[in-house]
Write a protein that binds this ligand. Structure first.
Ligand code: PGA
Length: 251
């Protein structure tokens, strides 16, 4: 049985003061939650403060990106050791906004995934098609390339620490959610690719989250699908009540 995982991707929202307030509200609701893995991914500037707030709880902290390099002359980048020092456990990699606005490619995303795993950070690898891909019938082809390239050379035993987030780009922040059938279909497809790449045990172990306008009112149905193991939540993660309601839907 795969444990469900609900992660809040706060994106470029929340000053330190606001992040402390939000994480305290979430802590009041979810401090002892052990049936679902809960992850908060604040912007870098608030990671330390959020880590401090949740330090004595079961809530995990994640980052929204990470450098593939160790250290050195990489202006504006953040390394694995900087994150681990702040008790970060998870790191979102290859989010569609990073692919789209910062031109991140599968090659670099794969380097980051491998670096994170090597350093005991759990990657949340985001994949997903754009609206034009779906409309032209290319969803599977696009997702397959992102999965195969993003996870290239990742050994089978690493898949228990790895999370894949299927986020159809047309559903992110738009209020349009994939139907639970549409999402389940792609999740099952992703699991079949993993099986083909590294075998059945890894395919059964890897957790695949859905992301894209997941809200309390659609979470129950999405999370009831056999291959949907959690959610990567953007907008609804900025409100403690909504986020907690989604976590409760996963229990
Ligand atoms: P959304 O964002 O929930 O606001 O659609 C999800 C994401 O981008 O991770």
């Amino acid at each position: 049985m795969r444990k469900k995982i609900i992660a809040g991707n706060w994106k470029m929202n929340k000053t330190v003061a606001e992040a402390v307030e939000l994480s305290n509200e979430i802590k009041r609701e979810l401090a002892d939650c052990n049936s679902v893995d809960v992850v908060l991914c604040p912007p870098f500037t608030a990671v330390k403060s959020v880590s401090d707030v949740v330090s004595e709880t079961l809530i995990n902290v994640g980052a929204q990106n990470m450098s593939s390099e160790e250290n050195g002359a990489y202006t504006g980048e953040i390394s694995h050791s900087m994150l681990k020092e702040l008790f970060v456990r998870y790191v979102i990699l290859g989010h569609s906004e990073r692919r789209e606005y910062y031109k991140e490619t599968d090659f670099w995303i794969n380097k980051k995934v491998k670096k994170a795993l090597e350093k005991n950070l759990r990657p949340i690898l985001c994949v997903g098609e754009k609206l034009e891909d779906r409309e032209s019938g290319n969803t599977e082809q696009v997702v397959e390339v992102q999965v195969r390239e993003g996870l290239k050379d990742v050994p089978a035993e690493a898949y228990t620490d790895l999370v894949i987030a299927y986020e159809p780009v047309w559903a992110i922040g738009t209020g349009k959610t994939a139907t639970s059938e549409q999402a389940q279909e792609v999740h099952a497809f992703i699991r079949s690719i993993v099986k083909d790449m590294v075998g059945e045990d890894a395919a059964n172990a890897v957790r695949i989250q859905y992301g894209g306008s997941m809200k309390p009112d659609n979470a129950v149905e999405l999370l009831a699908q056999p291959d949907i193991d959690g959610g990567l939540i953007g907008g609804a993660a900025l409100d403690a009540t909504s986020f907690a309601a989604i976590v409760k839907a996963a229990m």
